[in-house]
Every structure is written in C-alpha cells, then in structure tokens.
Write a protein that binds this ligand. Structure first.
Ligand SMILES: Cc1cc2nc3c(=O)[nH]c(=O)nc-3n(C[C@H](O)[C@H](O)[C@H](O)COP(=O)(O)OP(=O)(O)OC[C@H]3O[C@@H](n4cnc5c(N)ncnc54)[C@H](O)[C@@H]3O)c2cc1C
Length: 385
C-alpha cells in the first residue's frame, strides 16, 4: 500500500520494525489471541531493540527518538497484533514516557532504565471500578503520614497489570490529584484476576489493590497535587499514539481484503470485479487514508503542545471508528470464511472494538471535540456566519 514519504531515519526504523514484526510478531499473534497468552520474552526483546524506550534519551537507557518514532512502532505492531501494540503503548507511552516527562531525576535514574530495557514491565493505573469516563471521580486516596503517604484504593481494567512491576498510579490528595510510582513489591500491593476479554487477547488486563501502601515522598511523580495536568496531557499523548495501532490494524484489514478479492472467484469473476466489492474497498481505503492524515496532524501537534485535547480526540475518534468499520467490511468481503477463526479478519474486528473504548470512549471524544470547537469560536468572539 502507498505510504506518506518519510525521512531516512524514520524509514529505516519502519523497515527494522517491519522485519522484527514479520519474524517474531506474526508467528506469535494467533497463539496470543487463542490462548490469551502474553509473550513476556518477546516483549522484553522489544526493550533490547530499543523500541520500549524509544522516546527516552540515550543517557537514561532509551533510543533518543520522538513520538513520531513511537507511532511507527505502534503502527507496525498494530498491523500484526493489535494486542501487542496495546501492551506496548501502555508500557512505553502511558507509563514510561509519562514517568520520564513528569518524574524526578531520581525516578529517571532509578526506574526509567529498567522500563526502557524491558527488565521491568509498566502500567498506567487511572481507571477504578466506580470511575472510568469520569476519571477525576476516583476514590483512591493518598494521605500524608509524617514524611510518607498512605495509599488506599483499587484500580481496574489496567493493561499489563497482571505482569507489571511498576505502576504509575493516580490518587486523590485532598482536593487535588497526585501521581505515584507504586511497585509490585510494595507491602500492601496485590493483584486481582486477569480479565477474559473478547478482543485484545494476549494483552493482559487486570485489577490491582492498594491496601494502605506506605510510600516515601520520593515516589511522588512531579509535584504533589500536580496530577490533573499530568492526567490530561497523558491522555492526549495516549490518544494520539494509540491511534496508530488502529491505523496498522486497518491497513492489515485492507491488505487481506484486496488479496482475497484477487484470489476468490464467484460466478466466473474475481470478487474485485464486482462493483459492490469495489465500493467497499474504496470506502475502506479512503477512511484509512483520512484517519492516517488526522493522526499525523495530531502527532505533529503533540510534539509542540501536549495539552491539545481537541486534535488528539479528533484523530482517535475517527481512526477507531473507521478501523472498526474497515475490519467489519473485511469480514464481509471474506464471506463465510471471514467468520471463521482460521482467517485473521475476525480477530481484527474483535480487536478494533477496543479502539472505541480504551483511552476514553467515542462518546467522551465527541464531547471533547464539540467543547473544543465551541471554545475556539468563543475565544475569537465570533459567531459562524
Ligand atoms: C482492554 C482495556 C484496556 C484498558 N487499559 C487501561 C489502562 O491501561 N489504564 C487505565 O487507567 N484504564 C484502562 N482501561 C479503562 C478504560 O480507559 C475505560 O474502560 C474507559 O475510559 C471507559 O470507562 P468505563 O469502562 O468505566 O465506562 P463508563 O465511564 O462507565 O462508560 C459507560 C458508557 O457510558 C458512556 N458515558 C460515560 N460518561 C458519559 C458522558 N459524560 N457523556 C456521554 N456518554 C458517557 C461511555 O461513553 C460508555 O459508552 C482499559 C479498558 C479496556 C477495556
């Protein structure tokens, strides 16, 4: 499929990730889905290859690249295994990049290299049983006790939680919010069961419990009470980067559909010769290209302003909804075989559905887009003509 032109550095990275994906991820993808298996060693290997710490400077154990590079890794993983892409995004963007940007020098030296190398697995823990879309309604609290904090509460639906060593977890501190580093070895930490999901199988999702965990001051990420901005900027970055999983998934669905339509004959004709199949392919491709352009625009905005909620929400809203429609049409083009597990397209649809739920739902994205739109007009003090 045609792609936007890229500089040599990004093209080399894409080529390297592609060859890793062909050799290592494609062969693992079916087993990950069927047995809900998280390939820990493969994940750690991405650390050795420099993909986990791709946005982290070299002196802290990373590859010294940027969000564009992280998006390339996401897209190529998403092409072969969206679930590996999801675990990668949770570790590399939601947890590690966020920790590096907002954490103290101590955290950069102590935790960042372990996460970048893959020695440790990371999670971001925001969602709670009673607070999902309304994340700021969280009940987990951190109470000051001398020089320490006592953290009590629980988090749910957390990617990588069943295996993670380090959690960037948010808690209420009075009227404000504070992010903390919580380690799986902390006294009072425990895990719940892994969820059995319809899609994104192989990306482990679970609950964690914090039973009066005593944390020293040096576990506060950034400044106490600074959590709201960190939550919001982190969500924007997460939305843009995770969009690329679904761009990769949509590209895979289109490739498989084109191939099948060129191989399968009915009534003496190849499927691609039927106008109704042509219409499907045209709509799938146009939606994919439009989503990619929106995501690229959001990516370049993210590099300049991590608080730009509107472009991040616009990109992921469109990309995720399109990926689901593209995956659905891919099944239709494959006819009865599309419904059979041996053909990859049914997994693509199950995985694509998460795109409209994780990183804030479609409904919340639409809310952000429309409120951003109104705010733009108001700030210019003008009514549309
Ligand atoms: C596979 C998977 C991985 C995840 N990984 C993580 C992770 O790593 N870390 C993390 O913190 N969380 C994670 N989540 C949680 C995810 O962010 C939440 O599921 C999501 O934000 C929605 O919250 P909820 O499930 O509580 O749904 P709810 O907020 O209860 O929403 C239910 C429905 O109501 C709608 N709704 C809610 N409020 C409004 C409103 N104001 N206006 C209109 N409609 C509304 C929603 O759009 C949705 O359709 C993950 C979830 C899944 C499924």
């Amino acid at each position: 499929m045609l792609e936007l032109s890229e500089s040599d550095t990004y093209r080399d990275l894409r080529d390297a990730v592609r060859s890793f994906v062909r050799k290592e991820v494609f062969p693992a993808a079916t087993e990950m889905d069927r047995n809900d298996h998280f390939p820990t060693e493969l994940f750690r290997k991405m650390g050795k290859l420099g993909y986990l710490g791709i946005t982290i400077p070299e002196e802290y154990g990373g590859s010294g690249m940027d969000y564009r590079a992280q998006a390339i890794v996401e897209e190529e993983l998403g092409y072969a295994s969206a679930s590996l892409g999801l675990s990668y995004g949770a570790h590399s963007n939601l947890c590690l990049d966020n920790l590096f940007r907002n954490g103290t020098e101590f955290m950069r030296r102590e935790y960042v290299p372990k996460l970048a190398s893959g020695e440790w697995i990371g999670s971001l823990a925001l969602t709670e049983p009673g607070s999902g879309s309304d994340a700021l309604a969280m009940k987990t609290t951190a109470k000051v006790a001398g020089k320490d904090y006592v953290v009590t509460g629980s988090k749910t639906l957390i990617t990588n939680a069943p295996y993670a060593d380090l959690f960037l977890a948010y808690a209420r501190t009075g009227d404000a919010y504070t992010p903390f580093v919580i380690l799986s070895t902390d006294k009072g930490f425990s895990r719940g069961a892994k969820f059995d999901k319809m899609g994104m199988r192989g990306s482990p999702t679970g609950e964690v419990f914090f039973d009066s965990i005593m944390l020293p001051e040096d576990r506060v990420v950034g400044k106490a009470g600074s959590g709201k901005d960190i939550i919001m900027s982190g969500l924007n970055s997460e939305r843009v980067i995770l969009s690329f999983i679904f761009i990769g998934l949509a590209r895979r669905a289109i490739d498989l559909s084109v191939r099948y339509s060129m191989q399968r004959k009915q009534s003496g004709k190849y499927l691609y010769e039927f106008e109704m199949i042509q219409e499907k392919l045209a709509v799938m491709y146009t939606r994919y290209e439009a989503g990619r352009l929106l995501a690229m625009k959001a990516l370049s905005k993210l590099e300049k302003d991590r608080m730009d909620a509107m472009s991040a929400a616009t990109a992921i809203y469109y990309v995720a909804e399109s990926a689901e429609q593209i995956a659905r049409e891919a099944i239709q083009i494959h006819g009865g075989y599309g419904y059979v597990k041996d053909f990859e397209v049914e997994r693509l649809l199950r995985d694509a559905i998460l795109g409209q739920i994780g990183a804030g739902t479609t409904e919340i994205r639409k809310k952000l887009i429309s409120s951003g739109l109104i705010k733009n007009y108001m700030s210019q003090d003008r009514m549309p003509d």
